[in-house]
Design a protein around this ligand. Structure first.
Ligand SMILES: [Zn+2]
Length: 250
């Protein structure tokens, strides 16, 4: 058993937690390294499946199984990367004649002439306006980035606000089509295309054999947990209670 499962099983045995969160991150790191169809990712997923089985077994031995709700989710999907667009991004930035630097290569102090700083994370590119750009510079920049083959979208700050992204994500985010990324990894998840993920609820308070048809979101997990425990979500919590998955008692 992996360390996180041993910890989880020990907590189940020695305590009576109201909420137990166990993170399995090998599926992420292994897919980044070997890709989503590799023998290695298949093995990683099987190990996670075994680990979930061990946790469920610990609850059964403790006698708490019928009293427990299990939620299995991931924070993103993943797609294999066929084309690394990093050099295409650099070429596009150069074509605008706006002075730029890469934040990862040079954490600063940036050159006094530098107007744009870019950062690459999880396959997407974040662009920061270090100094105000003229409207012509902004439109030249967005056009150059949008014209990169494999770029799906260039989101500006207003669009990013609508998506509830934090301000420090950047002034522009360059989002790639499936198969493309600003990354040398075998697989990535920084784009809108990888927002689809798994979400399973089972156990206490949950209808069995029920498939939820409408779109739900990972932010719906927390309010549903509050509801299952007879609590009201604080106003700072996003998302909705997934009432249609709950039994009458739930
Ligand atoms: Zn990752």
């Amino acid at each position: 058993m992996t360390t996180s499962v041993l910890f989880a099983v020990n907590i189940i045995n020695s305590d009576d937690p109201d909420l137990l969160v166990v993170l399995f991150n090998t599926s992420d790191s292994v897919a980044h390294k070997y890709g989503t169809n590799s023998a290695q990712i298949k093995q990683a997923v099987e190990e996670i499946d075994d680990a979930i089985g061990s946790i469920k077994e610990a609850y059964r031995i403790k006698g708490n199984l019928d009293d427990t709700t299990f939620i299995i989710s991931s924070d993103h999907g993943m797609d294999d990367v066929s084309v690394n667009l990093t050099s295409a991004l650099v070429n596009a930035l150069q074509s605008t004649n706006i002075p730029f630097e890469n934040a990862a290569l040079d954490m600063g102090p940036f050159d006094s002439q530098t107007k744009i700083v870019y950062n690459l994370a999880s396959g997407a590119a974040q662009i920061y306006f270090r100094k105000p750009l003229t409207s012509i510079e902004q439109s030249t920049l967005i056009t150059a980035l949008s014209n990169i083959t494999g770029v799906a979208n260039v989101y500006d700050r207003a669009q990013l606000d609508q998506m509830n992204t934090p301000k420090n994500l950047g002034d522009l985010v360059v989002d790639c089509d499936v198969g493309y990324a600003f990354s040398t990894s075998a697989a990535e998840h920084g784009s809108y295309a990888q927002r689809h993920t798994i979400l399973f609820f089972s156990g206490r308070g949950i209808k069995s054999g029920f498939s939820y048809a409408p779109v739900c979101r990972t932010v719906d997990i927390v309010p549903t947990i509050y509801h299952l425990n007879g609590l009201i979500s604080p106003s700072t919590v996003d998302g909705n209670v997934l009432t249609s998955i709950l039994t009458a008692q739930g």
